[in-house]
Design a protein around this ligand. Structure first.
Ligand SMILES: *Cc1c(COP(=O)(O)O)cnc(C)c1O
Length: 464
């Protein structure tokens, strides 16, 4: 019997999936207590994966067990409660479970005819998110891999709309002789924004940089004169400080001039879900397009970004594709709003997360993350560390008395196993960067992490 005959046996699949569930369960049980960063031995043992591509088919249960035995210990415990490096997100159980089922469905969703169920759930997610973020009626959503792609889509829609208004259809005439557009953004725009701009044909030297204030917010009073061929890129949640631009003031100026405003809200747009935090994003609903991640603040499984666009036709025109075999329908055809055709049905797990949490659950999640960040800042400050940002959301920037101290404490924290933070430069100074992103992070986790900071400083002989 060859492997394809064997795989037809229902037992074969059942045994395999049970094993996968058992390994995953074991992993999740251990992830809350094990070292956050894998020990050297686990990383060293990755060499045991080495070897040529096997000649003959093998036993998939053995393959899975290898993966668990060698792979699991070498993971970074991002789904535990004490990983604070980068703006990430743990995975909520509801999303994980829905993703498993969805992968069993094996849906490829480009068009309605390919997966009516995914079309339905995408429609629902679109409506729920537009409502939760308080965006205008008629705003459409494209479900993509992350905010980098979502931003690229939003900016592509902007490019299309601005050029189209000038009588130049870029899909027909291309870009080389097109009227010149302007791009205005803050000095602290995220690197993914510059990447998207470069892909879309806007060079770095072409963009007009606006200085930022001490929190990284675009200084509205320094905005250049805007016009109707200008794209303004704003930020809801600075990747270091967590600060939010003044959307009210920016959108006022942009509206008068006829400029397009895009909001990079990768993790910060979720402030809209919280009564306590909503003031941070006031006015952002007046923008034209938005990009956001469900895999960050919302803690949906990874690979979940969303582009939202007020002008459906602009996004659709920027993403258009035709072919004799492409069969559009009167229902939702997901690929109208995304660069991809073949696409996994990522809205399924997003739907499950939103459905499970509900409006209140999302609010509690956002508030929890922010409260833990406040707790972090207060406790570290109490312990004599310097907090360099206004902690308005989930981000905390920490420094010691000297740069050398900061660097060695960061190193010690990264080696500690009890937590993991990243580093960055902030106002020309190295800092330790804390992002509270996981639903799992408890007050006790934060206390343990703060103890780790204090211990790290003591061990370096820097205790006061
Ligand atoms: C994470 C992040 C991005 C990029 O998002 P990806 O999902 O990693 O592609 C863009 N902007 C900000 C502010 C971010 O935090």
């Amino acid at each position: 019997m060859d492997i394809f005959e064997k795989m037809q046996d229902p037992e074969y699949q059942k045994v395999l999936l049970k094993e996968a569930a058992a390994c995953a369960g074991q992993y999740l049980d251990s992830v809350v207590s094990r070292d956050v960063y894998p020990p050297d031995k686990a990383i060293h043992d990755l060499e045991l994966f080495d070897g040529p591509l096997p000649e003959l088919p093998g036993d998939p249960v053995a393959v899975l067990q290898d993966l668990h035995r060698l792979g699991s210990p070498a993971t970074v415990a991002q789904s535990g409660g004490r990983y604070f490096g980068f703006v990430n997100g743990g995975t909520l159980p509801a999303g994980l479970a829905a993703k498993w089922l969805c992968e069993a469905w094996g849906q490829n969703y480009a068009l309605y005819v390919m997966s009516p169920v995914t079309a339905k759930l995408e429609s629902l997610c679109e409506a729920w998110l537009v409502d939760m973020f308080g965006l205008p009626h008629g705003t459409v959503a494209g479900f993509v891999s992350g905010t980098s792609t979502a931003t690229m889509c939003g900016l592509a829609a902007a490019r299309h709309a601005l050029l189209d208004r000038l009588g130049w259809n870029p899909a027909e005439k291309g870009l080389f002789d097109a009227p010149r557009l302007r791009v205005v953004l803050g000095d602290q725009a995220h690197s993914s924004v510059f990447k998207a701009l470069a892909i879309l044909g806007f060079g770095k030297a072409q963009t007009e940089h606006v200085p930022v204030d001490k929190e990284g917010r675009l200084r509205t009073e320094n905005l250049p004169r805007l016009d109707d061929r200008t794209l303004v890129i704003t930020q809801a949640g600075n990747v270091n400080s967590g600060a939010f631009d003044d959307f009210q003031a920016i959108c006022d100026k942009a509206a008068r001039a006829g400029s397009w405003v895009h909001v990079d809200g990768a993790f910060g747009l979720w402030a809209a879900a919280s009564e306590k935090k909503r003031r941070l994003i006031r006015g952002m609903e007046r923008a034209d397009s938005w990009s956001v991640d469900a895999h960050k603040t919302l803690n949906a499984p990874y690979d979940s970004g969303i582009v939202l666009c007020r002008h459906a036709q602009a996004l659709v025109s920027a993403m258009q594709a035709t072919g004799s075999y492409i069969q559009y329908s009167d229902n939702r055809d997901g690929m109208l709003y995304t660069p991809e055709m073949s696409r996994r049905a990522r809205a399924v797990e997003l739907w499950a997360v939103l459905k499970t949490l509900g409006r209140r659950g999302v609010e509690t999640l956002v508030d929890r993350l922010c409260e833990r960040a406040d707790q972090f800042a207060a406790a570290l400050s109490q312990a004599g560390f310097r907090i360099l940002n206004e902690v308005v959301f989930n981000q905390v920037m920490v420094a010691c008395d000297t740069e050398a101290e900061t660097k060695s404490v960061l190193q010690a924290v990264q080696r500690s196993g009890t937590c993991w933070c990243g580093g960055a430069m902030w106002r020309n100074e190295p800092v330790i960067r804390i992002s509270v992103c996981s639903w799992r992070t408890t007050e006790a986790d934060v206390r343990l992490a703060v103890d780790t900071f204090v211990k790290a400083r003591k061990e370096k002989g820097m205790d006061r």
